[in-house]
Each structure stands twice: as C-alpha cells, then as structure tokens.
Design a protein around this ligand. Structure first.
Ligand code: FAD
Ligand code: NA7
Length: 528
C-alpha cells in the first residue's frame, strides 16, 4: 500500500494528526498502533488510581468548540477510564477508526531518497510506503523494567503499571511496589486500604502535595464552559498551561512569614504544578528558593506521618526538581499498620528469588504480587528500538548517539518528511494543547511543502544546532540537571542527557513557531 501519510501511535498526538492530515489536508492517511485500542497513555495505564493531574477542563483538545461544550467531567482531575473514553469518542466523532490498524507495530521506516518516500516496515514483515510519516510514539510510553537480578523468574505476580491487566486484584494480598514517582504515589494511595500488606521499596522519597481533587459544582463547570475561549487564550500565554496561575514573585522577596503563608495556601488549594509554579517564580531556578519549598513539604510530611521513623524515611532530602507531584492522601497511607516503607537507596535490592525481594543487607520480603512503578524510558525510548533510517542510511541511533535532540521537537536534519510529535525539545507543558500546537505546525509544514511543489522538507542542520543550544541554555538555567529524573533521561542508567524539553514555556514556544512562519520557513530546506 502507498499512502500520502502514515501516522504511528494512537494517543492524543496520533489521533489528532490523523484528523488534520486526512480531513484538513485531504491526504490519504493511515495510522498504525501496536495496542489493541486507541488512547495511547490512557489505553495502557490502567493501574489503580491512574489519573491526570492537569485540571480536567484543560486536559483535552482545545480546537473543537462543540466538543468542549459536550465534554463531561465532574472532578478537578480526570481519571484514566474517563480519558480513555474521551479519546475513543474523539476517534468515533471524526470517524478515525476506519483508517487505523490496531495491534500493528511499526518495526521501522527507511527513507528511499530516489523515490522520495518512506518505506515503513510493519511487525509482520510487510512493507507499506508513504511520502510523509508522523511518528507519535509517545513521551512516556516505553516501560522501564529495572535491571534487577532474577526479575525474569519472579514466582509471584509481577506487573509493570503501564501494562496492568484488566481484572487484576490486589485485595488481601501481600503486595510490594518498587517506585514512588507519580505513578507509584497514585497506586499506593489507591490500593493501601485493601491489601493485606504493602511494602513500598523506595529509592527516592518524593515531594508530593495534596491534589485537592473533588467534585466541581455545576455552576463552576458551567462557568468554565461559558468562558472557554477566554480561558484557553489566557492559558496559552502561560509557561505550563496546567491551569495554575504562575507566580511572578521571587521566594527571596518576601518575609519568611509570607513565604509560609503562600506555601500553606497552595498546599490547601492543591495541585503539583500550582505548588511548583504558582507559589514563587524561582523554585526551579534557585536552589535556596527551592530549599524553602523542600523544608515546607518536609514539615508537612512530618505532621502527617505519625511514626517518626517512617516519616524520616519518607522525607526527601534531594532537590524539589522532578516533575511536581500531587496526591489524594499518599503520606496518610503510611499511618496504616499494613503499610511499610523500605529505604532501598540505603539498602538496595540485591535480587528477586522465588516469591521474595531480597535486599543487599539480606532482609527478605515474601510477596504475592510485585508492582513495578518504575516509569519509562522517556522521550526517545520507543525510537531507539526501531529501525529508523534517514538520508544516506543514517540511523536514529547514530543521529542521537550523544542524546536525543531535534529542531522544535518536530524534525531532525537527515530525516526528510519525518515529523515527530513530542520529539526531543517540545515545551514542558500540559500535553494536549502542546500536542495540538505541534500537530498544527507539522500539518502547516506539509502544506508548505506541497504548495511549493517540493518533494521533501527537512530541518537545516544549522536550525537544529541553534535550537539545541537554546534548549541547553534554558535547561542549564534551571536546577533540573542536578536532579536525576526522566525529564533529561537521567532515570535510565547509562543513557546520555536527552533534551526532552524546551524549558522556555508553551507561550514562548508558540512565539518561536510564529517566528519560523514570519521568516518564510527558512529554517528548513526543501528538496525537489
Ligand atoms: P502516547 O499516549 O504515549 O501514545 C503513543 C502511542 O504510540 C502508544 O499507544 C504506543 O503504543 C504507540 N506506539 C509506540 N511505538 C509504536 C510502534 N513502533 N508501532 C506502533 N505503535 C507504537 N500529561 C499531561 O499533560 N498531564 C497529565 O496529567 C499527565 N498525566 C500522565 C499520567 C501518566 C500515568 C502518564 C504515563 C503520562 C501522563 N501524561 C500527562 C503524559 C501523557 O503521556 C500525555 O499527556 C499524552 O497522553 C501523550 O500522548 P501521545 O499521543 O503523544 O503519546
Ligand atoms: P518515574 O517518575 O520515573 O518514577 C519511577 C520510580 O521508580 C522512581 O521512584 C524511581 O526511583 C523508581 N525506580 C526506577 N528504577 C528503580 C530501581 N531499579 N530500583 C528502585 N527504584 C527504582 O515514573 P512514573 O511512572 O512514576 O511517572 C512518569 C511520568 O508519568 C510522570 O512524571 C507523569 O508525567 C506521568 P528514582 O527516583 O529513580 O530513585
């Protein structure tokens, strides 16, 4: 089969790309998805407690005014089944399913420079072709399985949270969980009341604040819907578009009492992004300011957790510089008799054997079920296992050998007509609107290519170089490089620093795209 365009991945990104390319540009377009349903993140992550922590009214596409009015949400945050439904309904609304092949992995794509098209290899070995490819493989999609001895032969149930089988039960079981990131915090909070015993194997304690989730009044929801245009246009000028009013005040410019008041107010309002970006403007750029937030959250953990030994184990001492978390009563779970926390940074996991997790110190924990909330090989994880070859046969592994990078998160030099959504260097922001921005831009670039009667478009090396420098500079202006998290690919042992994000914010990224447009796309080269 030959298409004008092939899209890979059926999450927020791929579904919107299929709609834009097929319906708005009139291209014959087909989408391949390895899962057996659409939804991407929200198809895969069915673990208990899974939810978004972007405010409900902003965790959706913004372009479709009718859908915004019809959309149903009742709480401040959407739960996984609701988001999956939303995306399934989106696919139905635009009749996308007829152009989607599920259970179809794309194994690779090779640029044929003579024919000026991509030869796309599917999992069963068959080959299809297309002039344009949109790879919407996901930012947080490739599961990270920790390299723990004996992991393949663990005798109990073992589940990575992003591969949670429907119908799994944890009730009355002896459960262990490795990982206390956003996912771990959600799972622990959800299952603690029902398990027989829960052992939390914690390597890094977390700064988590209350989510403040709860039902919104009908009046409140009506108010949102009546003012959506204004809400979106205001939000799209912010850094994160997470619905948290961003602060313009330095933590250094207020008295200690005022700082405490501001933190307390944010703690009571709820929301991780609200706490990190809405209290003071320098928490992720200034270690001293960051320290004030750390101390505040530690004091809250010590107030909530009754057992002082558990409380100390749960108190983070690192920087508050991973993705900000929020929870529905995480620390409270450790007041239950049946919930323990084990510090596996001080005493690492040595191996799994039979039903047991065994620490280097020899302590043995026998379990019925082990949950791996160990996150993702973020950003380039899905790319690195594909055979993706651009101009002259250069592989993506070679292109990114010193770390994943790109121009605008959208294109790489040497890879003509290949567009990424959520490629390295996209804005660190609420995803659905950030995805729309990228997909709209790539659709625009395809249109420009077609209008110019060009066979292909490619990012210039110089554009990519300058953009990577900019991303690097912005990242270095933050304290993020000092924290080991997936944001820069530091959660995967041996992985080079990946510029997963542009740290200038959504609003400024939008301005960069406008600049590209105003300069008549000179950042790209066109082939005939
Ligand atoms: P995905 O939804 O990851 O979709 C990618 C798809 O590509 C997957 O279905 C995958 O199976 C498919 N795929 C990959 N490789 C191949 C291949 N070779 N062949 C075929 N198919 C392939 N973001 C926020 O902004 N706010 C939040 O609150 C938030 N919460 C999150 C909570 C969790 C638990 C997780 C994991 C992520 C969260 N995110 C959040 C990020 C979330 O990933 C994005 O918001 C968004 O869903 C990404 O959509 P996507 O389409 O780009 O990628
Ligand atoms: P994260 O945030 O990467 O968290 C993974 C957790 O797993 C984190 O606590 C890790 O500890 C821990 N981990 C990973 N490997 C190991 C090993 N080998 N031993 C012990 N502990 C380990 O992933 P999440 O799924 O929670 O969240 C990812 C994003 O998805 C999140 O930010 C949201 O955007 C949605 P570490 O911190 O590395 O010491």
């Amino acid at each position: 089969m030959n298409y004008d365009a092939i899209v890979i991945g059926a999450g927020f990104s791929g579904l919107y790309a299929l709609k834009r390319l097929r319906d708005d540009l009139g291209l014959t377009t087909h989408l391949y998805e390895q899962g057996s349903g659409v939804g991407g993140t929200w198809y895969w992550n069915k673990y208990p407690g899974a939810m978004s922590d972007t405010r409900s009214h902003l965790y959706c596409y913004s372009f479709d005014k009718e859908l915004l009015q019809q959309d149903e949400f009742a709480q401040h945050y959407r739960l996984q089944p609701e988001i999956r439904n939303y995306l399934e309904n989106f696919a139905k609304r635009y009749d996308l399913n007829k152009d989607i092949s599920l259970k179809t992995e794309v194994a690779g794509a090779v640029w044929d420079g003579d024919a000026k098209l991509w030869r796309v290899e599917l999992g069963d070995g068959s080959v299809v072709s297309a002039r344009f490819v949109v790879s919407a493989l996901g930012l947080l999609s490739r599961p990270n399985l920790p390299p723990i001895d004996g992991i393949e032969s663990f005798a109990g149930e073992m589940i990575h949270t992003s591969r949670w089988p429907e119908g799994t039960t944890w009730k009355d079981k002896r459960v262990g969980i490795i990982g206390t990131g956003s996912t771990g915090v959600q799972v622990i909070t959800a299952i603690a009341p029902d398990v027989k015993h829960l052992t939390v194997f914690q390597r890094s304690p977390q700064y988590s604040v209350p989510s403040g989730n709860g039902f919104m009044s009908e009046d409140y929801i009506r108010g949102i819907k009546e003012n959506y245009d204004e809400i979106w246009s205001q939000e799209k000028e912010t850094i994160t578009v997470f619905g948290a009013k961003e602060s313009h005040v330095s933590a250094h410019d207020v008295t200690p009492e005022e700082r405490e008041r501001v933190f307390e107010e944010a703690w009571n309002d709820g929301g991780g992004f609200r706490f990190m970006f809405g209290t003071f403007n320098d928490l992720i750029t200034d270690e001293v300011a960051n320290g004030y937030a750390q101390e505040f959250i530690r004091s809250k953990i010590r107030q909530v957790v009754k057992d002082p030994v558990k409380a100390e184990t749960l108190c983070p001492k690192d920087l508050y510089a991973k993705r900000p978390l929020c929870d529905a009563g995480y620390f409270q779970q450790f007041n239950r008799e049946n919930v323990d926390v084990v510090d596996v940074r001080a005493n690492p996991i040595a191996r799994l054997e039979g039903h047991s997790v065994i620490l280097e110190g020899g302590e043995t924990y026998e379990l019925d079920m082990l949950i791996l909330a160990t996150g993702f090989d973020a950003g380039d994880g899905n790319y690195m296992r594909m055979k993706l070859q651009g101009e002259g046969g250069i592989s993506i592994q070679e292109q990114w050998k010193n770390g994943a990078r790109s121009y605008l998160g959208l294109m790489n030099a040497n890879f003509p007509n290949l567009f990424m959504v959520n490629g390295p260097g996209v804005p660190f922001a609420n995803q659905p609107p950030a995805i729309e921005l990228q997909v709209d831009m790539l659709a625009e670039l395809i249109k420009v290519t077609l209008d110019r009667d060009a066979a292909a478009i490619e990012a210039k090396e110089s554009s990519e170089f300058e953009y990577v420098e900019l991303c690097m500079e912005l990242t270095k202006a933050t304290i993020l490089p000092k924290s080991k998290s997936w944001i820069l690919g530091a959660n995967i042992p041996g992985k080079p620093l990946s510029l997963n994000f542009y740290m200038g914010g959504y609003g400024r990224y939008k301005d960069i795209l406008e600049d590209v447009r105003s300069k008549d796309y000179e950042a790209f080269s066109f082939q005939n």
